[in-house]
Write a protein that binds this ligand. Structure first.
Ligand code: SF4
Length: 608
């Protein structure tokens, strides 16, 4: 199959069997690859009601049809499973080098089934696939294990691994790769831990066939040259995502002290320039990327290397916990990377505990004698370790803030900052209805990467409640996740305005299938509706109320900063949902109508 490796690798960890099967061309056409392929396999194969931590759940790692090809930033791997954090659909993507290596080994996707009783890792060297003992690595950190496996197997292997957090089934454990990149959200690393799968090591030496190599090469060069000539490139490469740190404060969306405010005094200490001056060693890029956003650095104060901190980490482990020291932030980042924790959920959980402590809902008897106060670096470091190791209060926070609120009591559920059980990422959204609706309707829970609506709020004004905001969210929810199905990074399009219409022609040259951008966006809409169906199938009573944000949204005005005093009323929240459902072709409970399912060719699948 042109553009694809053409095979799916199945590994059953219960009986340690390995099999290969051809990728179904019809599935590839309907769902492309990456997150589309993952969602299809999850929906089709994981039985209804499967325990996310049980052997029936599957962990699916998928490349896309552009992954591993000479296409700018074609580096993304999607990890899909049933989420132990939310009970619904989980999909997390990661850059680096492994997705290309997987295709060179001959596989578009790895489907990990069953569960091992003892620690194992998966060894893939082209056609040579083995389930190997990982006992010596169990208990070790992600960076340590990645380095050790490369030393043992060879530097040419690309490694994905979990840390102690995944082993201990922390509900938001991540899968780490390339010394600082993570598939972070929804507990994909937790599922890997439940399967006792410590790592996946891949090396590949094969090629990927393309339909029209001459046209492919011409188009690829055109795309690279256009990116290299882009006037926004220099600023992006200089600062990466950390450029957002100051901007978010200036527009009042930087999560501050558990989302009480949208700006923190002294935020300049977390600026991209301070990061460069304090930590920076060199730029770091994913596969085939001409616009490297990775900032590899070193903290002299703590003696650790770190990639980042990225914006989301600065937001949640900086502003949201009141930490305003770049080197302390780098160390918190390093701890999460090594222990295998999602920095977004971790910072959110610690911020939640700190607000509960501030309000007297919990005291030192609940916090293992730690004063969890804003900006107390030692307390924050201790909390990170407690969460990863499930010690004391960490055992509660390891379940996520939705669960923690049921344990801490009081009115803490009103400010447990989660949607569908997933901790909200780095944008305080009472000043921005588009961003709020993005979180409410995101298909994995309170996550920003499907629709980054905040820039639209800044452009048109955040407070208005209008149908164009629902339309913008839907547009973004089709465009942004399309990249996760193609297996490419969205940043060229998002950050430097690279034309979305560039992708259909090179996909045609790769696969031989002639599709327009609109055709591809229809695939993205199909995937979106399939994942919505999955939530309804897996969670009894799922529907409209699951799309609601925390009560803080309408109860508490933003405490300070440019959006001070803002809140969005419960009535306006419901109006946003009405407008969104109607434009999506969903009923008033958020279920896709029969007409919409038929239009997307999902009727048969929906019946399973
Ligand atoms: Fe990786 Fe950043 Fe390049 Fe995207 S822009 S491929 S995240 S280095």
């Amino acid at each position: 199959m042109n553009g694809y490796a053409g095979s799916i690798l199945r590994v059953n960890l219960t009986d340690k069997t390995v099999s290969k099967e051809p990728l179904d061309p019809e599935v590839a056409e309907k769902f492309l690859g990456g997150r589309g392929l993952g969602a299809y396999i999850l929906y089709s194969e994981v039985p209804k009601g499967a325990d996310p931590l049980g052997s029936q759940n599957k962990l699916i790692a998928s490349s896309g049809p552009l992954s591993g090809l000479l296409v700018p930033s074609a580096s993304k791997m999607d990890w899909t499973c049933k989420s132990p954090l939310t009970g619904g659909y989980a999909s997390a993507n990661v850059g680096g080098m492994q997705t290309a290596e997987l295709k060179y080994a001959g596989y578009d996707s790895i489907v990990v089934e069953g569960a091992s009783e003892t620690p194992v890792y998966l060894y893939i060297d082209d056609d040579d696939v083995e389930v190997r003992d990982a006992t010596p690595y169990w208990g070790q950190g992600c960076i340590t294990v990645e380095r050790a496996l490369k030393e043992e197997l060879g530097q040419g292997f690309q490694i994905a691994t979990i840390g102690p957090a995944g082993e201990n089934l922390v509900k938001y454990a991540c899968i780490a790769h390339d010394f600082g990149r993570r598939a972070g959200r929804g507990g994909v690393g937790t599922v890997m831990g439940a399967k006792k799968l410590k790592a996946i090591a891949v090396r590949g030496t094969k090629g990927i066939p393309v339909a029209d190599s001459r046209e492919f090469h011409r188009k690829a060069l055109e795309m690279y040259r256009a990116i290299k000539a882009n006037e926004l490139l220099e600023g992006w490469v200089r600062f990466g995502t950390a450029a957002t740190n100051a901007w978010a404060n200036e527009v009042g969306t930087f999560p501050t002290r558990n989302f009480q405010s949208g700006a923190i005094e002294g935020y300049e200490a977390l600026s991209a320039q301070v990061q460069l001056d304090t930590l920076f060693i060199r730029n770091k890029a994913c596969f085939a990327c001409p616009m490297p956003c990775g900032k590899y650095g070193y903290s002299r104060k703590h003696g650790v290397y770190v990639e980042g901190p990225e914006y989301e980490t600065a937001a949640l482990l900086g502003g949201n916990v009141g930490l305003l020291d770049m080197e302390d932030l780098a160390y918190a980042n390093h701890l999460c990377d090594e222990l295998g924790l999602d920095t977004i959920s971790t910072g959110n959980a610690i911020g939640f505990a700190a607000e509960c402590f501030e309000k007297g809902i919990i005291g030192t008897q609940e916090t293992d004698c730690i004063d969890i106060r804003w900006g107390d670096a030692a307390a924050i470091f201790a909390m990170i370790e407690k969460i990863a190791n499930r010690e004391g209060i960490g055992d509660i926070l390891a379940e996520g803030v939705r669960h923690a609120a049921t344990q801490f009591g009081g009115d803490s559920g009103n400010f447990a900052m989660q949607i569908k059980g997933m901790e909200i990422s780095g944008y305080e959204s009472r000043g921005g209805a588009t961003m709020l609706l993005s979180y409410m309707t995101c298909d994995v829970g309170g996550h920003h990467n499907r629709s980054w609506g905040i820039t639209y709020d800044v452009q048109v004004g955040g407070s208005t409640i209008s149908a164009d905001k629902a339309a913008k969210v839907i547009e973004l929810q089709h465009k942004r996740p399309l990249f996760d199905a193609l297996g490419a990074c969205r940043f060229p399009w998002v950050e430097i305005g690279f034309d979305l219409d560039q992708y259909a022609p090179i996909l045609k040259a790769a696969t031989g299938v002639d599709r327009t951008t609109e055709d591809l966006l229809r695939v993205s809409e199909r995937i979106w509706n399939l994942t919505r169906l999955y939530w309804f199938r897996e969670i009894e009573g799922f529907g409209r109320r699951w799309d609601l944000p925390p009560a803080r949204t309408w109860r508490d005005p933003v405490s300070s900063g440019p959006t001070a005093g803002k809140r969005i009323s419960r009535a306006d929240v419901e109006t946003l949902l009405d407008m969104y459902y109607e434009q999506r072709g969903w009923d008033e409970n958020g279920f896709p109508t029969a007409a919409k399912l038929a239009q997307l060719g999902l009727t048969e699948l929906a019946g399973r």
